[in-house]
Write a new protein. Sequence first.
Lengths: 636, 54
Amino acid sequence: MILASARLLLVFFLLLLSVAWGSRMLGRLGFQAESHLEGALFSAGVFFASLEIALFALAVAGWLRFATAAILLTLMALSAGRGWRDLWTHARSISANARESLRSAFSRVIVSLIAICLLLEALLAMAPLTGSDALHYHFTAPLLQQGKALTPIFWLMQSFYTGQAHLLISLGLSLGSDRISLGLIFLGGLLTVAALFAMSRQLMSTQWAWITSLIFIATPLVYWQTSTSGSPDMWMAFYCAISTLAAARAVPSSAQAPVVAQSSARWLVLAGFFAGAAAGVKYTGWVIPFALVVYILAVQRSWRTASLSGIASLLAGIWPMARNWVWSGDPMFPFFMRFLNPRKVNSYSLDAFLSMSGAANVARDWQHLLGYPFLLVFNGNEHGLGQYYGPLVLAFSPLLAFAPWKKPVTSVAASFWAAVYLSNLFSSQMGRLLLPVYALSLALVLSGVAAIAQRGWRIATGGCTASIFLFLVFAGASDALYARDFLPVVFGTEKDQAFLERMCPDYETSEFINRTLQQDVRPAAGSNVMVFFRHLYYIRVPFVDGSPEYSWQMDPALYSDPNKLLLHLREMNVRWVVKAPVYPEALAASFSKLEEEGKLVPIASTSVNNLTGVSRIYRQKQIIHVVLLKVADPGT
Amino acid sequence: MSEDVDLNQAHSNAASRIVQILFVLWLVFVNVFYYLQFRDLLLSLFGSWVHRWH
């Protein structure tokens, strides 16, 4: 618990540093935010997006270690200069405004509930990493690249997915703990709530803005993404929200027109920088800067501003795509390999990858396209966990007609929401990928609810209030039940080891490999163990993934001959293979043949009780037999 | 004249009420179908309790 508090304090310090440094930089560039909260959010956005660029440069050179990370942060703290005074001003003003808005007992209750949710999420983020995708690549790729010059990991295709926000995971690992990385992901969630509140305040009363913030932070998908998932997607939501706020600042209301018009281009470039930072997190995010450029062309009718905004986006977010292009010839590896580098295509892996991303299974008939909003909410398990957003956006969507459409923030938010929704609809139909615009959609539909409440539509308002109450009870109970599994390890009443054995898929298999190879076999330098399971993070000996579904290097078309497979294993310095409990289907015959011929020899085995099924929350376990086999030396 | 205004007002109120009632029915539809999908999860978590009650 003491360690958890220390890590959260470090994350809090990074928040303070971000506001101070960002404030100084924005001040130098002549930006003047309308409110202190917005100023603090823009500052944090500038800091973290800039920090990610600096970390990318360090990672490319292989210099991202504790010492360089500490030096970088110290330099930023020193260069913040007057920004520390701005931080104090922002903090005083924000706390005064908060006190002012908490006069009613109702607001105090809502804000207390928000605080409880955030506290719970911060605590859960301090539990050992157990998120499935995080164990597969969000944390595994940064760990494998830690302290080394960036090199492609073709046997872990999802490592090409890692974007700018993954560098915050790398930063946490460099500073000494994956819990700091998780804390930084929590910080992304915290900043998104603050940005949502700032946006909502422009669209509705303070009380409704607090309610909107509570709905957002209690939403199971947000709760999971912010706390235990180990996925940095919340940063995308934050950058998208502040891009909306910055772009909205650029559109002059008639009274301010002469003053604001002068600086509108500047705000749109800043919005472009934030949109690019969002795009840098994930390929799918590039629709955000694209939507912004279209919005600028439609509203401002300025090619110059649109171009500058686009350039700012590229500056903030192009780096992972440039890296992928250098490594593979495809900036969005492996999606365009068939067109950009057809000679290097592994068709089996590519098809498996497209299938996992949802792109291969998308139904594009008009009934499905029209039904998607309903399927997303009512049958979320089949549509990328859309059910964990809750029903409110769909339920309140007819009230969009009452949203304050004349306000710039409404039209910018709606543009981003529509662009991300449509790109999702026609690409993957994975609800989870709508997270970057979930805050915007909530703000818009809740502004409609606030509007009908103000009109005195009692029946409709009553229905909305009941729906919100029902969802908050459901979400609160779900969140509390979910937390129950994580809190004992955070409070120290359960050991990390016991927690991981209980909650972490493939952990016992990883421990078996570590134990056997570290103590009994002692891996020679450069020799690897090949594994076929998904959750790789806790393997602490050199390894490669051999599943053709995840590894570009394991093409079943090339290695259906056992002798060719054996040669390939030796080329990859694979000295051991782990069967847990079976080989991948596409290569099973070749591996089994090698076993029969005595070229793969079992040297150790065990049985482990492994988590199985689609989600940990169902607590399904299965005993599996794990065998460690040694690859025969050449000539035997 | 004032009778016309009253009548218009009454029509407007009735229309507003009908729209609101339709909207509330829509809310009921969305909520019911949303929470229905969690039957299996709730049963997996609390199924043993349900069994004990019976």
